[in-house]
Ligand binder design. Structure first.
Ligand code: FES
Ligand code: FES
Length: 164
């Protein structure tokens, strides 16, 4: 067993884990932060995306021990301090960027990382950035719309092509 310590959503946390424990398992099973989803466990779907030191990471592809000393943010850490939805979360709600919601935590985390890097992305940049996030419900159109809206752009006439 190995001791691991990191900050998750601004709070110091630690735990005794096996060396093979994935970050997603540490978050969900040890810390009870089940907002980070597991859709595939083979790095295909993006449901498990969190931020590690500000970068979007598929948490099923990283050992928890690799996050030692890092700052991790999960979907539970995305709301505003008063509990209200963040701008990106609100945009997903306003633009119907979700249906079943399974992909949504990963989509929101990827979107937030994109907007941190590129505050006013084009539609093509949004679609390209989301290539690692799969959604089985929405056809992606409203997810793209939500992200463009969250960046403060007009979403009246964006195209309708889905990501493969
Ligand atoms: Fe990590 Fe699907 S659960 S990419
Ligand atoms: Fe159902 Fe995306 S909203 S998988």
């Amino acid at each position: 067993m190995t001791k691991v310590s990191m900050k998750v959503n601004g709070k110091p946390v630690s735990g005794e884990i096996e060396g093979r424990t994935l970050l997603v398992s540490f978050l969900r099973d040890t810390l009870g932060l089940t907002g980070t989803h597991v859709g595939c466990d083979t790095s295909q779907c993006g449901a498990c995306v969190v931020h590690v030191d500000g970068k979007a990471v598929k948490s099923c592809t990283m050992f928890a021990a690799e996050a030692e000393g890092c700052e991790v943010t999960t979907i539970e850490g995305m709301a505003n301090a008063d509990g209200s939805l963040s701008t990106i979360q609100q945009a997903f709600q306003d633009h119907h960027g979700l249906q079943c919601g399974f992909c949504t935590p990963g989509m929101v985390m990827s979107a937030a990382a994109l907007l941190a890097e590129t505050p006013k992305p084009t539609e093509a940049e949004v679609r390209h950035y989301l290539e690692g996030n799969i959604c089985r419900c929405t056809g992606y159109h409203n997810i793209v719309k939500a992200i463009l809206a969250a960046s403060g752009q007009d979403v009246g006439d964006i195209g309708g092509d889905a990501i493969a």
